[in-house]
Design a protein around this ligand. Structure first.
Ligand code: HEC
Ligand code: HEC
Length: 410
């Protein structure tokens, strides 16, 4: 059964009908090639110094990385953070690392799962966001419940459905018992492992996962007219004009992180709650690649965890107006990080664009800027071309650095 049900979850994830009536195109990941570390020309040796330099110099199209004054970056912290990120011994039973939900070859998301699956197959109700450019996300999580990468990691470490440790202190004790970590903590901090120091190392490593210099950046900020295709240029005109996307995914004069870091009710969360409360009688389940069976929904639920309600920002503030509000995600590298939205139920960028074009579901508290757009199929093609032009070169090098040493599986 444990082998069976994540597959069911996957099948639900890729089914557009179940996703709320929006027509999807590709299945999750839809033939999207993996990020291939082998295509990075850089040497893996000495990567920490490169990662450090990258986190100190602004990347084309991006603002400088906001390093907290009490956690300046260093090559030692980056190397230690990388090792912690890949270490399955950070979970209760040594099975689960951060990198298993934020997979480097999948642009630091998990393309195969709409919503994450933690230790012993336990379901998490949300989609794992990419960690590329996470330095610019403030606050963190879809509901903004944490404010700093230095503290964020405690969440997954002790969440029963993620790494399931009974306490953070237990993890620290385990790490301090390992000589290899003694060396790395000494090199980074001249002190043994502690919760603070672990947070500082993980944060510094994640802040080095920065990537700008997309075709869009080279055109818009670099002035290279040939960098962007004509359809992508038309797509940007729509994005920043008639389609009104920059209201929440802004593009600044000098840089663009493509999120306002605020919370909005796009109607999507409400729409998903309607589907949760009124499930279909049957749902398609992919039993093998390309082989889909319609299965009685009650049978699916008998082997799946029930989907939890998700009230978004309200779960943090308990302010009624925050119900269904979610943090605007950055759109950088978005073409590499399907599936989309906080629960990953939209399999493709086209499905997201169709959601916006339809004006959302017309939910009671929906932001008025989400309204029918009346876009033509070629407008949607142009917008999609623009979103595709937000992919940075250099992602393969982030993956190569991440894989500079084998993960710790013992
Ligand atoms: C079981 C899968 C899983 C594991 C293991 C996991 N994460 Fe995540 N991560 C997620 C999901 C799902 C979210 C979004 C949760 C939410 O918003 O409520 C997330 C969110 C984040 C965010 C916030 C990103 C943003 O843009 O706001 C960061 C940072 C992060 N994870 C880092 C880590 C680190 C570091 C570890 C290891 C200590 C880790 N994660 C382990 C699934 C996982
Ligand atoms: C009112 C603010 C607002 C406007 C306007 C808006 N967005 Fe969004 N966008 C959001 C929020 C909030 C989310 C996350 C919703 C969720 O996860 O439930 C989002 C999610 C997305 C995603 C999914 C990203 C991911 O990683 O899951 C894409 C793509 C996107 N928007 C593109 C656009 C485009 C294109 C437009 C214009 C047609 C647009 N947005 C207009 C706020 C907005």
């Amino acid at each position: 059964m444990r082998i069976g049900w994540p597959f069911v979850v996957l099948a639900l994830a890729v089914c557009p009908a179940w996703a709320g009536g929006t027509t999807g195109h590709d299945p999750a990941g839809g033939g999207l090639p993996l990020v291939d570390p082998a295509t990075c020309p850089e040497d893996a040796a000495g990567w920490e110094a490169r990662a450090l330099a990258r986190s100190l110099a602004p990347q084309p199209g991006l603002p400088p990385i906001p390093h907290p004054a009490d956690n300046p970056p260093s090559a030692g912290k980056i190397a230690l953070g990388r090792k912690l990120f890949f270490d399955r011994r950070l979970s209760i039973n040594g099975t689960m690392s951060c990198a298993m939900c934020h997979v480097p070859e999948q642009a630091f998301v998990n393309r195969e799962l709409a919503t994450a699956v933690g230790v012993e197959g336990r379901s998490v109700k949300r989609n794992a966001p990419t960690l590329i450019n996470v330095a610019f996300h403030d606050p963190l999580f879809h509901d903004g419940r944490d404010n700093a990468l230095e503290t964020q990691f405690i969440g997954p470490l002790v969440a029963r459905n993620e790494m399931a440790n009974p306490s953070a202190g237990r993890v620290i004790a385990r790490i301090n018992a390992m000589p290899e970590y003694r060396r790395l903590f000494d090199a980074a901090f001249a002190a043994p492992a502690s919760l603070d120091r672990m947070g500082m190392a993980l944060a510094t490593y994640q802040r080095s996962l920065v990537a700008g210099g997309s075709d869009f950046d080279r055109w818009y900020y670099g002035g290279d007219e040939t960098a962007l295709t004509e359809p992508a240029k038309r797509g940007f005109a729509l994005f920043s004009g008639a389609a009104g996307c920059t209201a929440c995914h802004p593009v600044g004069a000098d840089s663009a992180i493509l999120t306002d870091n605020l919370f909005h009710d796009t109607g999507y969360g409400w729409m998903r709650e309607q589907v949760r409360q009124h499930p279909p009688a049957t749902a398609p389940v992919q039993v093998a690649p390309g082989v889909v069976h319609e299965v009685d929904f009650a049978r699916i639920m008998s082997v799946s965890a029930p989907r939890e309600a998700d009230l978004g920002r309200y779960e943090v503030t308990e302010t009624p107006a925050d119900r269904w509000r979610f943090r605007t995600p950055s759109l950088r590298n978005v073409a590499l990080t399907p599936p989309y939205m906080h629960d990953g139920a939209l399999a493709s960028l086209r499905a997201v664009l169709e959601f916006y074009d339809a004006g959302g579901p017309g939910a009671p508290g929906q932001d008025p800027r989400i309204r029918p757009l009346g876009l033509s199929p070629s407008d949607l093609d142009d917008l999609e071309a623009f979103l595709n032009a937000l992919t940075s070169p250099g992602i393969a090098c982030l993956a190569k650095e991440a894989r500079s040493a084998p993960p710790d599986n013992h």
